[in-house]
Design a protein around this ligand. Structure first.
Ligand SMILES: [Zn+2]
Length: 436
């Protein structure tokens, strides 16, 4: 499939207006032409007709811990600190290994591709293993080892973690789909020294710096007690936003003054509405971020606090949550939300020169959502359908780099039997470790 064209009932290039009866022409994984059927030359190209359908760029998940699918549904209905300290961290301590990471990424990527996601910003452990799995499948992302003060499955002391990250930096450029970034877990779990080291690594290697910031009121209280400043003010006072591509996940409890810092320093926000709702963390001031021109992408967070990696469901939650909180049905309109889930996300990952919109010159990363469903008829507005009516299961085709990873509703890189086997194997590993 070096040269082909894909036809849709509605094509949403994101940069530019929707095209009724649109077509995308692809050559060697690159988008060559985009336009209305009949007006674009498709002579000599194999035409894939996905109609009735909506075509749009792959969705970008801007903050996740992919391998945490292993803990999906293991501990629910708890506040963040109790959930982390009593369940997630102990379970991770006993179960995360290269083998577990390999299995969990295969499962998670199957879930994500199935629901139209084509790129991730990921913070976890043993990320070289994750990189191998992603390269094998051909799935994009920025991967970063989560630096933290405590012993983790992949490093016992922070210095060892920093060494690992340094080694990963040396691998950058060797992969087609993966780039290693730097991740600092959070202001409350990283010492000022570790923050400075992580920052220096990101700056020196010109890679994104990814961190949980201002997620809960508890965090704001802890940081204010320790350092006399709110989290964003504290990080800013250390110069952590200067001259780096900073991705601040959550950013729920950010004051007006702190928002001005984000704007001034070009900090990017990964918005995780469902994780924030499930852990009762609060509601990020996303309409204000957008008004200020701050780049915002959508995210699922790890599957243990969600409990899925479904970006359609995040789009819908984003649109509904901010309306009810602001008591204003006009905020977070459908088009804005679709833009955040695609081009916004690509900007958060620093990958918008490659993906995020369907325009000539970018890579052929796009999906087809079937409209051949009772809950998607009739169609007046494709943006509205994507946000308010479509489900991840309606995704029929997923192309990444011009390769079909989902084709006519079926995944091309994994069998259903393997998915079930991985699920059983992970459960066995987790339950055995928790008993031991
Ligand atoms: Zn997270």
């Amino acid at each position: 499939m070096d040269r082909f064209a894909v036809r849709f009932s509605y094509l949403l290039p994101i940069e530019g207006e929707a095209i009724a009866d649109g077509v995308v022409v692809v050559e060697n994984g690159e988008i060559k032409a985009v336009g209305r059927w009949g007006e674009v030359d498709v002579n000599g190209y194999n035409v894939i007709d996905t109609r009735p359908s909506i075509g749009l760029p792959t969705l970008v998940n801007t903050h996740t811990h992919t391998a945490m699918v292993a803990y999906r549904g293991l501990a629910d209905d708890l506040p963040l600190f109790k959930w982390l300290q009593e369940y997630i961290w102990p379970a991770e301590g006993k179960t995360v290994s290269p083998e577990m990471v390999r299995l969990a990424y295969r499962l998670a990527i199957a879930e994500m591709v199935s629901g139209g996601t084509g790129a991730i910003n990921d913070m976890y452990f043993f990320q070289e293993v994750a990189a191998e799995v992603m390269e094998e499948i051909g799935f994009r992302g920025v991967l970063a080892e989560g630096l933290i003060d405590f012993p983790t499955p992949s490093f016992k002391v922070p210095e060892e973690g920093v060494r690992r990250v340094r080694e990963q930096m040396a691998l950058n450029g060797k992969f087609r789909y993966v780039r290693f970034g730097v991740a600092l877990h959070a202001p409350y779990s990283c010492s000022p020294d570790l923050l400075r080291e992580g920052y220096a690594l990101a700056k020196e290697n010109r890679v994104p710096l990814h961190m949980h910031v201002a997620e809960t009121e508890d965090e704001v209280r802890q940081i204010t007690e320790r350092y006399g400043k709110r989290p964003v003010e504290y990080l800013n006072s250390m110069g952590l936003f200067d001259g780096v591509h900073f991705v601040a996940a959550h950013s729920v409890h950010v004051s007006d003054k702190e928002r001005a810092i984000y704007r001034e320093k070009g900090v990017k926000v990964a918005h995780d509405p469902e994780s924030n709702m499930k852990l009762a963390s609060g509601v990020a001031p996303v309409p204000d971020y957008l008004n200020d021109g701050i780049t915002v992408g959508l995210a699922t967070d790890g599957a243990a606090s969600n409990n899925d990696l479904d970006m359609f469901s995040e789009m819908r939650s984003t649109a509904l949550l901010h309306k009810v909180v602001r008591m204003d049905p006009t905020v977070m309109d459908a088009r804005t939300v679709v833009e955040m889930a695609t081009l916004g996300g690509a900007k958060v990952l620093g990958m918008d020169s490659l993906i995020g919109s369907i325009v000539p010159g970018k890579r052929a990363d796009f999906i087809a959502v079937s409209l051949d469903r009772p809950h998607l008829q009739p169609v007046y507005d494709p943006y509205s359908h994507l946000v308010y009516a479509a489900r991840s299961g309606d995704v029929e085709w997923v192309f990444i780099d011009g390769r079909p990873l989902k084709k006519e509703g079926g995944l091309t890189f994994i069998e259903d039997g393997e998915i079930r086997e991985i699920g059983e194997r992970l459960k066995e590993m987790v339950l055995k470790a928790l008993k031991g």
